[in-house]
Design a protein around this ligand. Structure first.
Ligand code: 5GP
Length: 255
């Protein structure tokens, strides 16, 4: 395989130059980090599974008219995506109290929220991604009011759709984080699209009957059976690679 130019390496993914202008290759690693990089580990097969899970969810979203950066899966660990200008704001949507919300307000984890709650975080590893308000976002020019309106309405559509989709496979969508990018068309018009990935790395997913955690919290909280949880989500969505666990090692990124 020809060497490709690496453009960016993040905690869980690598971005390479794509085959056409305006495209990128998104490579999924098995590396896992938590608590702003203080905890590091490997979840064997995670990259292979997240590549498939994210492909599946992004494809279903585009079928209902939610624009995303996803184009197609290339192989076990890579997908072709549109090059977008990433907006440095993470949007978290919450349906059930968990994680930092449960902690901050002293709400018992598992409490169903009176309505879906949206939060904004400024995307910065150095600062530990602080929570911000619309005032910060527009005053510092991270996104315009119109961008933010588009992001919130897309996030709510994604939430409604994914809630139903996961419910259908016996999984409660507790909360999730989305990232967005600006896509410029040939007339220089801007479209806001869902970027990054949607997977058990950035969603909290609980079994509907047992409330068992089936996401990255198993790694964050040392609950064990992390690989199995990711596999079970892929299996329920019908995207587990046929050859099973042997197929999950997949090729590693070229350095
Ligand atoms: P919390 O604020 O409770 O830690 O996270 C809320 C939701 O957003 C969880 O589903 C969590 O996985 C996701 N999330 C928040 N920040 C990040 C992040 O920096 N990386 C990833 N992968 N997910 C995040």
């Amino acid at each position: 395989m020809a060497r490709r130019r690496k453009l960016y390496e993040g905690k869980a993914k690598v971005l390479y130059e794509g085959p056409e202008p305006g495209t990128l290759i998104q490579y999924f690693k098995d590396d896992a980090t938590a608590f702003n990089n203080q905890k590091k580990g490997i979840i064997t097969g995670k990259g292979v599974l997240n590549n498939r899970i994210s492909e599946f969810l992004m494809t279903r979203l585009s079928e209902i008219g939610v624009p995303t950066h996803f184009m197609r899966r290339l192989n076990m660990r890579e997908q072709l995506v549109r090059e977008v200008e990433i907006i440095p704001i993470e949007i978290v949507v919450r349906n059930v109290a968990a994680g930092s919300l449960a902690e901050r307000f002293g709400i018992e984890e598992g409490t169903v929220l009176p309505r879906s709650i949206i939060e904004y975080y400024y995307k910065s590893d150095e600062l530990g991604s602080p929570m911000v308000t619309e005032e910060h976002i527009t005053a510092f020019g991270w996104a315009a009011t119109q961008d933010l309106d588009d992001m919130v309405s897309l996030a709510l559509r994604v939430n409604d759709f994914l809630n139903g989709l996961f419910l259908g496979v016996g999984v409660r969508l507790v909360d999730f984080k989305l990232e967005f990018g600006r896509l410029y068309n040939e007339h220089d018009e801007i479209q806001i699209v869902v970027a990054d990935e949607i997977s058990p790395d950035n969603c909290r997913l609980w079994d509907i009957r047992t409330n068992e955690k089936m996401d990255k919290d198993r790694f964050r909280k040392d609950l064990g059976a992390v690989e199995e949880a990711y596999q079970e989500i892929a299996r329920r969505l019908g995207v587990l690679p046929e050859a099973g666990p042997m197929d999950l090692k997949g090729p590693q990124a070229m350095q």
